[in-house]
Design a protein around this ligand. Sequence first.
Ligand SMILES: [Zn+2]
Ligand SMILES: [Zn+2]
Ligand SMILES: [Zn+2]
Length: 293
Amino acid sequence: MSLPCPHCQRPLTPGDRFCTACGSSLLLEVAPGSTEPTCAVHPRMKGLGVCSRCGAFACANCLHANPQGLAICASCHAREPDVLLPWDRREELGTFKAFYKTCVEVLLRPGPTFSESRTEGTVGSSLLFSLMCGFLAFFTTGIVYAVFFGAMSMALPSDTGKGPSPSEFRWIMVAMMGAWIILAPVMAVVTTVVNAAIDHLVLRMCGVTRGFQVTLRANALSQAPYALGVVPVCGAQVAPVWTMVARVFAYRGQHRTTWGVAALGALLAPMATLCLCGSAYVAMLVFIMNNKA
Ligand SMILES: [Zn+2]
Ligand SMILES: [Zn+2]
Ligand SMILES: [Zn+2]
């Protein structure tokens, strides 16, 4: 639905103060007693267009264009900045560029990235993002191991008569690495769905109203630090911590909720798991010590 100029009827861009075709001002006052629709915020101004989000009339000063070029009113614009992430512009940018650009935004400015960006995304697009993060994280680790085992197989005595020969050993390693590189990202996607489901339960109990897709999307996008897996060794240590921090930002921004709720949603389940594993470990130690005595 395009917005026509009240003078020349040619289509306007929401946000313009003047018509670019006929040059007339779009800020029009209504005559007293007129039944013309007026701006919901400025009752003396003519309602130039209707907000595509809430349906309220808005004057030229109050109209904004959302990323799709549709007219939205000032209060909807303020409440729900609807910036498209590079990831949401995959068709235009190409999947790899969109992925890379989204990772950079999540890593460098998680606050505005999550609180200003659109919150809807298909399950498929979220899972694809976590698959790519998983692939990047595990791919390099796999290569490092493959090189390591490859070198080891060279060092094996060439003919011992028992066990696999060096070339067999090499092929087994290659097959294992291949399986690792393919299976690990799949596991990462399954983990994403399970983690998002648990986090979503916590968020719902804290009063969050948006759907599971939002949590899934936030969870997937917050895995961007795993793209650091391309920097072997360093990435493996930094990424999990950075991901947790990014996830708090992601839940806060995408669910438009408070820091407290977002932190609970992002950290409660991992912390509980950590405590459970920790206490199981301590219990095991105590058990071993007691049996030794
Ligand atoms: Zn005009
Ligand atoms: Zn509106
Ligand atoms: Zn207005």
